[in-house]
Design a protein around this ligand. Sequence first.
Ligand code: MG
Ligand code: ZN
Length: 240
Amino acid sequence: MDRITVEKKVLNENQLLAEQLRERYRRHGVLCVNLISAPGSGKTALLERTLERMDKSARVAVLTGDLQTENDARRLAKFGFPVKQITTGGTCHLDAKMIGRHLEDWKLEDLDLLIVENVGNLVCPSSYDLGEDAKIVVLSVTEGEDKPLKYPGIFRKAELMVLNKADLLPYVPFDPRLAVENARRIHPGIQVIETSCTTGEGVGQWLTWLAARAKTKKSALAAETKQAALSAEEVAHVVA
Ligand code: MG
Ligand code: ZN
């Protein structure tokens, strides 16, 4: 098999597993988000601020991916929520199989929100469906405003762009308006939240975004359950 054929086969297998994960998330009304960015844009810092501000009763868990080290999981575990490191051993993205394996001893019925922090890489993580409800791209102001044009794949697929490290804007030659304009040239509907994990700016807005998305997911499940109950009732009538 040539390289393209092998790649296609791998992606097809991943897609099947991703659909199974999506179905499991749907059945349990779990919102799954997949955070993707270049290395060093502050995904883990954003998750620290996120978990720190979550209600202690929140049913949230995190899977965090890296090539090596358990450092990120250690940073995130101190907030008391379930956290697991996925060490890929060199693979530059997470795939659905890795997610499935790391979910084995967690009960999805105990969760409302599963946050996946992908390996720092703007290229192939965008090709690997993890069964998530939304991809979120994190861009920091220490990078270039033209990242959306250089890596259109992920900006096209991401529902939300988090523009992180906003506290550094006075010190770096980064034009946030240009970055947003570039992102919207690739994906006109992309939502944007500006955050700083140092000052906490925008973290509230990000939490609100997550909560709204989680609520939509639960309502969809509730509507479906109700519909199923009504259909069962109809069947019962017919049978009677
Ligand atoms: Mg990290
Ligand atoms: Zn990769």
